[in-house]
Design a protein around this ligand. Structure first.
Ligand code: DC
Length: 222
């Protein structure tokens, strides 16, 4: 299939909006490939720490991003993320790595270095992708775009529950503050800030169940 004919569904939104869950379900339902673009920035942050690179050192981070030895693998437990062959699936999911990812992602040269790597995921029969700039920059041509949001209290509560289910104790007030700080950084940066594409279906999931969101997204693509 010619590249421009391969359908892409982009799901963008702030952290805790439920975009990851919806994107994975949609990819499974449609039998399309899946790109978790946030995981790439998270892996870059882990790689920077591993190689003792300062998160503000754009030149070194950009070189690291261009040569990032990153692999995604699917098994019965879901998405597995490998950095230089090492399983970093759980390491990248902490709040600390989310924040570090947001800092590296604010640097334009780092984003450019990762652009083609993300676009390479566009393979037949289709691609579902989640992130912040999927519909506005990376896959601007996508025929299906969703911007999923929810108020910050609801998102912090969801995150709190998710962490608790994983056996990780956290403090709701800290999560709320961290989410707000990350939103602020992701929305205010100079390049590819978090915002809805003009042609995106905007869904506020604050008062919706995951099922209700899923039904609406599925209707968009069907
Ligand atoms: O979706 P996430 O929480 O895993 O993303 C982690 C950080 O990575 C997020 O705070 C900002 C950055 N990010 C980005 O800048 N652009 C994307 N397309 C995805 C994530």
């Amino acid at each position: 299939m010619r590249n421009h004919l391969i359908p892409v569904l982009t799901i963008d939104g702030p952290s805790g909006s439920g975009k990851g869950t919806i994107a994975q379900r949609m990819a499974q339902k449609l039998g399309w490939h899946y790109l978790d673009s946030g995981a790439i920035y998270r892996v870059l942050a882990v790689a920077a720490m591993k190689h003792h690179i300062d998160l503000a050192d754009t030149a070194q981070l950009t070189t690291l991003a261009s040569n990032l030895d990153l692999n995604f693998k699917f098994d019965d437990q879901g998405l597995k993320v490998l950095l230089e062959g090492e399983n970093v699936t759980d390491t990248i999911r902490t709040e600390q790595m989310g924040n570090a990812a947001s800092k590296v992602a604010a640097q334009p040269a780092v984003r450019s270095a990762l652009l083609e790597r993300q676009r390479d995921f566009k393979q037949a029969p289709g691609l579902v992708t989640d992130g912040r700039d999927m519909g506005t920059v990376v896959f601007e041509e996508a025929p299906y775009k969703v911007f999923l949001t929810a108020n910050s209290t609801a998102r912090a509560e969801r995150r709190y529950k998710q962490l608790k289910e994983k056996g990780i104790e956290s403090i709701l007030a800290d999560l709320t503050r961290e989410i707000s700080e990350r939103d602020e950084r992701d929305s205010q940066r100079s390049v590819a800030p978090l915002c809805a594409a003009e042609d995106a279906l905007v869904l506020d999931s604050t008062a919706l169940t995951i099922e209700e969101v899923y039904t609406q997204v599925l209707a968009l693509v069907s």
